[in-house]
Design a protein around this ligand. Structure first.
Ligand SMILES: [Zn+2]
Length: 211
């Protein structure tokens, strides 16, 4: 069986601060309450492929009216279900003759462009915070109207740019246009919505430029 690949690649531009949570390291001196995920090799923030894939699937499930009533990840054995075809099939699909169970998309981790790395290095020299902004958030006391419980949130600052790549597997019999259109629809939805945490509070608005 023949297998071909198509790539959709380009840039993800942060229009607002982006926060994809990482692991807290309480031992670190000057450690922040809410760190973001970073590449352990060079400490630069990145966007995991799993973040992009998960959010795109979530949005496409809603847009396709295929939300599981129990809130689980959608999964069915329908041979023309694009969600299952593109993102991966239910194990029960094994019973369907000639059905390819593996998903058609591979989301690579998205790393900062060299230009953004340089800009964030300059920012770090000014602020002392390596490659992020620290944003303080608080809760407004409902009686006094004053701010309480301040906490520091790390964010990738607005303006940062990441290079992304989505590889699309095309097996014999796959409708290339249908699959690529579906992924492009997912990219549209990501831009209308948000990625990472606190999207309802302005975080994670992105613009996607396809090469
Ligand atoms: Zn399905």
């Amino acid at each position: 069986m023949a297998l071909n690949y198509k790539e959709i690649k380009g840039k993800i531009i942060c229009k607002t601060g982006l926060r994809i949570g990482g692991k807290e390291n309480t031992i670190e001196i000057g450690g922040v309450d809410n760190p973001i995920i970073r590449n352990p090799i060079d400490d630069f923030p990145y966007i995991p492929g799993s973040t992009l894939k998960g959010k795109m699937r979530f949005l496409l499930e809603h847009a396709s009216g295929k939300v599981d009533p129990n809130g689980k990840v959608h999964s069915c054995c329908d041979s023309d279900c694009l969600i299952c075809k593109v993102f991966g099939k239910n194990a029960d699909a094994k019973n369907i003759p000639n059905e390819i169970e593996v998903g058609r998309v591979i989301f690579r981790d998205a790393f900062l462009t060299e230009k953004s790395k340089e800009e964030l290095k300059e920012l770090a020299q000014k602020t002392g915070y390596k490659y992020v902004e620290r944003k303080t958030e608080n809760v407004i006391n409902r009686k006094s109207g004053t701010a309480e419980h301040p906490r520091d949130m790390e964010r990738v600052p607005a303006g940062a740019e990441f290079e992304f790549s989505i590889m699309i597997r095309l097996f014999d019999g796959d409708n290339e246009k249908e699959i690529i259109d579906f992924v492009n629809k997912g990219l549209e939805l990501l831009q209308k919505d948000s990625i990472g945490g606190s999207g309802s509070r302005g975080y994670g608005k992105i613009e996607i430029h396809i090469d």
